[in-house]
Design a protein around this ligand. Structure first.
Ligand SMILES: NC(=O)CC(=O)C(=O)O
Length: 274
């Protein structure tokens, strides 16, 4: 049996960065105290999800935020997938996720590859590319449980990237995210389930909770889908820690019983790195 307990911190993000860091620390400690092996934070957990704040909140690596996550991972002996934060690199700012192992070592760094530029009539309008640079690489890393792939929010809408992570051996895909009240009800759950089903992985989508003080209202509803495409845990829109047990043997069982990945017609089409 290969079991992992995941703790998803659906935290409320505020305007005050130090409050966000304190909140994240408290929630990580609580999730670890309740037996989580892997603790996950949401997209932009130290900064409101609004392009006007990204540059001012950005830190060059390691900075206070990544250092805190690394220390906590080591002290608590857990893996941390640190949501995402604005990262400063020279003149550029990226939407970046840092992951740490039980020794506090950085094992994954993902810069959001697909920037969220949308304009839905009567709904949400957002243009990350006004202020953010594009990530260039898919991110998959080893843990003692299995390989884990990490991407950020809008990245999950691109099946090619998810397939690339699956081909690189990911059995769990983790997506720190912040869908909204236009796209969330329509697309969140179906995208999570479909990506889990396509790739026969555990798919974890970790949102912030809904804060109506800001112009961008996160959908919340952090959830976990299993390799059969079923949602096994889902939060509502409020702040909480969502726990889920992942049975990694199920990944291999489903892949054996319904061998989608073996049946790919790579002679006709193939998702590959350029
Ligand atoms: N916030 C995002 O990056 C993506 C999102 O909200 C959506 O795809 O919808």
């Amino acid at each position: 049996m290969r079991n992992v307990k995941a703790g998803i911190c659906q935290m409320q993000v505020e305007l005050d960065k130090s409050m966000n860091l304190q909140k994240a620390e408290n929630m990580i400690r609580e999730a670890a105290g309740n037996g989580s092996n892997i603790v996950i934070l949401p997209e932009m957990f130290n900064c409101p999800y609004d392009t006007k704040y990204f540059s001012a909140f950005a830190e060059a690596y390691p900075g206070d935020t990544a250092s805190m996550l690394s220390h906590l991972a080591k002290e608590l002996g857990i893996y941390i997938i640190g949501g995402s934060v604005p990262e400063k690199d020279g003149d550029a700012v990226y939407n970046t996720s840092y992951s740490f192992d039980r020794d506090g070592k950085l094992i994954g760094k993902h810069r959001k590859m697909h920037l969220f530029d949308i304009d839905v009539e009567g709904g949400v309008r957002f243009k990350e590319s006004d202020v953010l640079g594009y990530g260039q690489e898919a991110t998959v890393f080893d843990t003692e449980y299995c390989k884990i792939g990490v991407a950020i929010c809008y990245d999950m809408r691109f099946p090619e990237l998810m397939r690339l992570m699956c081909k690189a051996g990911a059995e769990i895909i983790v997506i720190p995210a912040a869908f909204n009240l236009t796209t969330g009800p329509a697309h969140w759950e179906i995208t999570v389930r479909t990506r889990a089903l396509d790739n026969q992985v555990y798919f974890i989508a970790a949102s912030s909770s809904r804060n109506l003080d800001f112009t961008y209202h996160a959908y919340g509803h952090s959830c976990i889908a299993n390799p059969w495409g079923a949602i096994i845990k889902e939060a509502d829109e409020k702040e909480c820690i969502l726990y889920g047990e992942l049975d990694l043997d199920m990944v291999q069982k489903v892949r054996k019983e319904l061998p989608l990945l073996k049946h790919l017609r790579n002679d006709i089409y193939e998702v590959c790195k350029k």
